[in-house]
Design a protein around this ligand. Structure first.
Ligand code: SF4
Length: 209
């Protein structure tokens, strides 16, 4: 059994490549893994790959990904600062929302990613990921407009994590008025990250003094 983060992620990818746990494997050109720094303190979780992602096997590379990159940069974050993944790793036909059974079949991979990477902040994009993470924790999903108002302190795999939920960037492509809301939410993520960094430095300072 491998023991570094990189080894564990690479072993997980190999398993996902071979996965046939749900019928979505029949439609995929490529399974789409998480991407970004494995040491990042922030993990973004979307819904499922779309056409462009399926073609090249990378998450958030289509127009929704471009919008996300633009807003990240506007609030002072870069794609390199984050790790980004999806709830379901294979593209549902015609980009439909994944079915409950497909989400349930794929969720263990996402939970393994969370355990391996141990992020301090999780940002769910859209209903599917927000609901999937909450149901894992036995929490009820109260709709995006309610959930995005609160930063939830959760504990997963004996680690404390701040959980935030916002709109999926694809929703903001169809409803441009959501762009500003998404920008506000990602601005909050940046502030929480800065606070978390200060807290970490304080703890280290206390430890060494
Ligand atoms: S969507 Fe997930 S569970 Fe279904 S085949 Fe792909 S990797 Fe396996």
């Amino acid at each position: 059994m491998s023991d570094t983060k990189a080894d564990k992620i690479s072993e997980l990818r190999e398993r996902i490549k071979r996965c046939r746990k749900c019928p979505l494997y029949m439609h995929r050109k490529n399974p789409v893994f998480g991407e970004g720094s494995i040491n990042s303190r922030i993990m973004f979780i979307g819904e499922a790959p779309g056409r462009n992602e399926d073609m090249i096997g990378r998450p958030f590379v289509g127009s929704a990904g471009k919008l996300l990159d633009d807003i990240l940069s506007e609030v002072g974050l870069a794609r390199e600062d984050i790790y980004i993944t999806n709830t379901v790793k294979c593209r549902p036909p015609n980009n439909r929302t994944p079915y409950k059974e497909e989400i349930e079949a794929c969720l263990p991979y996402l939970l393994e990613e969370i355990s391996i990477l141990s992020p301090k902040i999780i940002v769910t994009l859209g209903r599917v990921s927000g609901e999937a993470i909450r149901s894992t924790l036995g929490l009820r999903w109260r709709g995006i407009t309610n959930e995005r108002r609160v930063v939830k302190e959760i504990e997963y795999d004996s680690k404390k994590i701040k959980l935030l939920s916002t709109y999926h960037p694809a929703a903001a492509l169809y409803k441009p008025e959501l762009k500003e809301e998404l920008r506000k939410d990602l601005g909050r993520v940046k502030k929480i990250l800065e606070e978390e960094g200060k807290e970490r430095r304080r703890t280290l300072y206390d430890f060494f003094t």
